[in-house]
Design a protein around this ligand. Structure first.
Ligand code: RNT
Ligand code: ZN
Length: 416
């Protein structure tokens, strides 16, 4: 799109929003401060660099689109390509299996901060803060139960792994001068009916207590619940109730993965409920289609509502914004660019809502007036502000990133 067109449209939008009491220049600044933690695992369908084994743990990447990253250099190149097409500064979320293992097999109970030293340097070089995840899946000891396993050896193995991951996150946080957000998700559950729900949950609770006993200053702990996993459909040890209670009792951060709820349940509605009891929230923004299918994030109603609820709660600074999807059926750079830009668009639309005016109407009982603004905000020219944001950040406006990704596919991805 022509630059002057973007500027002209922005000027008009700015005036229209000013009539509603919204300063779009301020919104642009706020959006600049909005950092998404991009998940490294979209680049290679959650493969990682530890072994060439199958993806297990009840999660699944579908599709076999050519060109996935096969090693650290390719993954880093892909991330940088994607980032060059996304406005703003963003973080990168690493799983333990993406360590720099130097071609050697480093087991999960042996991993050390040194395996992430080159990532730390890469992050510094490219202005990218890092976040972290322990990895319970895709390992011979994953089975159906890891931290909730009654077998002491297996449980201790995973406790050791998770403790080491926290130490790595601490080192990353220290090195980047900003807390490293570490997410803990384990797949533990049962395929069949079970009479041991209480037992497994009490073991998981004890494992978490042991893991979190060590206090750190440069990392933050998030715990992610779930509805079910593939092959683990009957019971999930780390359910939402379990982790919500644990987070509230222990001051931990619950992770809301938007793919992890009953299809009619609203993740957005959890924001105001949880934030009255827990310090912060972590998001895994995804797009479930009928199940936790990990489709690419788009600007859909549930995501718009989620971000709107955060802004309405005045909680912008209390939320960590991660993405979590793995679509192997389309160009993976495209998947990053669409998903990250969609999250930003949702945040823009949340920031640009005339919330204060609506709140006033509502508190005075002027409900039709408020409903009018709900409707009007949908058709206000927010897209002109979005285009302006892309222009300001020197990245393609609108769909102009398509040829760039096609070129990268031709020149790089198709040669893999
Ligand atoms: C799985 C969880 C978890 C994973 C990643 C790879 O259901 O959403 O966050 O997707 O850790
Ligand atoms: Zn997740």
């Amino acid at each position: 799109m022509k630059e002057e067109l973007v500027l002209k449209a922005y000027e008009i939008a700015k005036e229209r929003y000013a009539e509603k009491g919204i300063d779009t220049d301020k919104v642009l600044d706020q959006l600049q401060d909005f950092h998404v933690s991009m998940h490294c695992w979209q680049a290679d369908d959650v493969g990682g660099f530890e072994s060439a084994g199958d993806l297990t743990g009840g999660i699944q990447a579908t599709g076999n689109y050519p060109g996935k990253a096969r090693n650290m250099a390719e993954l880093q190149a892909d991330i940088l390509k994607a980032k060059s097409l996304i406005p703003g500064m963003h973080r990168l979320n690493l799983h333990e299996i993406y360590g720099d293992f130097g071609g050697k097999f480093v087991d999960r109970n042996e991993v050390e901060p040194k395996h992430f030293q080159s990532w730390i340097e890469w992050g510094k070089e490219h202005g990218t803060k890092l976040d972290f995840n322990s990895t319970s899946f895709s390992h011979p000891k994953s089975g159906n139960l890891s931290l909730a396993n009654p077998d002491k050896d297996i449980r201790d193995f995973w406790i050791e792994h998770t403790q080491r991951c926290r130490a790595i996150a601490e080192e990353i946080g220290k090195a980047q001068g900003d807390p490293c957000i570490m997410n803990l998700w384990v797949h533990d559950g049962c395929k069949e009916q079970s009479v041991n729900h209480y037992l497994y949950r009490s073991i998981l609770k004890d494992s978490l207590d042991e893991i979190f006993a060590q206090k750190y200053d440069n990392m933050k702990d998030c715990i992610e619940g779930k509805l079910f996993g593939i092959g683990l459909e009957s019971f999930t040890v780390g359910s939402h109730d379990f982790y919500t209670a644990y987070a509230a009792a222990n001051g931990k951060i619950p992770t809301i993965d938007t793919g992890h709820y009953h299809p009619t349940e609203s993740p957005a509605d959890k924001v105001s409920a949880l934030l009255n009891f827990v310090p912060e929230l972590m998001l895994h923004v995804s797009r479930p289609i009928r199940w936790d299918s990990d489709h690419v994030t788009i600007m859909d109603d549930p995501t718009l509502e989620l971000f709107a609820e955060i802004v309405r709660a005045g909680a912008l600074e209390r939320v960590h914004y991660g993405l979590d999807y793995f679509d192997g059926a389309i160009n993976r750079i495209g998947a990053y660019v669409i998903g990250t830009r969609a999250a930003q668009k949702c945040m823009l639309r949340a920031l640009i809502e005339p919330t204060e005016r609506m709140r006033e109407y509502e508190l005075k009982g002027q409900i039709f007036q408020e409903l009018t603004l709900f409707e009007e905000t949908k058709v206000m020219p927010w897209n002109a502000v979005w285009d302006m944001f892309c222009l300001k950040n020197n990245v393609p406006v609108g769909d102009a990133f398509i040829p760039e990704i096609e070129k990268y596919e031709r020149e790089v991805l198709s040669k893999r």
